[in-house]
Design a protein around this ligand. Structure first.
Ligand SMILES: [Zn+2]
Ligand SMILES: [Zn+2]
Length: 335
């Protein structure tokens, strides 16, 4: 408890130090400095230097009409609603002007989204420092998921130097707001002894909190503790119960794992019907490894009558989910 209080007191100080470059990188726009709402470029003067649009022109997200006032002259949609919808529509290229504009206005969710553009080098040049700066600025806006993002940045050590202590502080802040994944990270930190003394019992407590808060994969972490006898007595029956709990809660990883176990009969009694069911569930949840396994089962007749057409269908889905090996298998099948 004392440690936690110390950490909480320390965070504002830490942030004020960390944030210095942030304000320089993504400062709120000054009066004569603006973000073009049509192309996302930074502009001075009255006309965008890239797309020549006049300052303040925006495109309605609903009807695509170009407007200058606060409401769409064609469908009546409010400008702020339109920008919000555009920024989080899922199409990164199209969303960019709205994201950059809202980020400059200090919206935490948009700042986090903008960090993603800097991280990937999408539209903007790749800039790890700016990505971190945007994320830390988002932390200041009470947008709690930003703390989770910042924690991940410090934990991964790709955009900034790896720092377990800063990561831990960020995950604690995110957990205070009840973000399920943050509890999972705290569990990992206690299990691995990152920034804290290793404590498997505490790790399992955090995994449980994460699972109860809706992070389905966290039940898998508890399952793994039982399977490996980490901090608890090794107990595969208990492990299996947690893998099943994870699968029921919607963890595609758990479904894929159980699919493999029932197909192979490695740790449970072989049951191909059950195995294929789990693979199907995992595939429906987007697990490309399970799609590959299903394709293989249909190709070789594992628990089903061989069906090259069905195999090809699963290889195609796996390829669409980003698996290059699936595209190769599909090409072979079609020869
Ligand atoms: Zn422009
Ligand atoms: Zn409209």
């Amino acid at each position: 408890m004392i440690r936690k209080i110390w950490v909480l007191l320390f965070i504002p100080v830490l942030l004020s130090i960390l944030m210095l470059p942030a304000f320089a990188a993504e400062a709120a726009p000054e009066e004569d400095h603006w973000i073009c709402l049509l192309c996302g470029s930074e502009a001075d003067g009255s006309v965008c230097p890239v797309c020549s649009s006049v300052r303040g022109v925006w495109r309605c997200h609903s009807c695509r009409e170009r407007n200058l006032s606060g409401a769409c002259r064609s469908c009546g949609k409010q400008r702020d609603d339109s920008l919000q919808e555009q920024a989080f529509c899922g199409d990164a290229m199209y969303a960019f002007p709205a994201v950059r504009y809202l980020a400059a206005q200090g919206h935490g969710d948009a700042l986090c989204a903008l960090a993603g553009y800097y991280e990937k080098g999408l539209i903007l040049p790749r800039d790890p420092e700016a990505a971190l700066a945007c994320t830390l600025r988002a932390c200041e806006t009470e947008y709690a998921p930003a703390w989770l993002m910042a924690g991940k940045i410090y934990d991964r050590g790709e955009l900034a130097e790896r720092d377990e202590f800063k990561a831990m502080e960020c995950f604690l802040k995110a957990a205070e707001s009840g973000i399920p994944e943050a509890f999972w990270y705290l569990g990992v930190f206690y299990e691995e002894g990152f920034a804290v003394t290793r404590d498997t019992a505490k790790a399992m407590e955090y995994y449980r909190l994460a699972g109860e808060a809706g992070d389905a994969d966290s039940w898998m972490s508890i399952a793994a503790c039982y399977a490996l006898g980490k901090g608890v007595e090794r107990d595969f029956t208990e492990a299996l119960a947690y893998y099943e709990k994870a699968a029921e809660s919607g963890s595609h990883l758990a479904c894929d794992y159980l699919g493999y176990q029932y197909m192979s009969g490695e740790l449970v009694e072989q049951d191909t019907e059950k195995g294929l069911d789990y693979y199907r569930k995992a595939a429906e949840l987007g697990n490309s490894r399970s799609m590959m396994a299903l394709a293989y089962a249909w190709m070789t007749g594992q628990g089903v009558d061989p069906d090259p057409g069905e195999a090809a269908r699963w290889y195609e889905l796996a390829a669409l989910a980003g698996r290059a090996d699936a595209a190769e298998m599909l090409a072979q099948l079609q020869h």
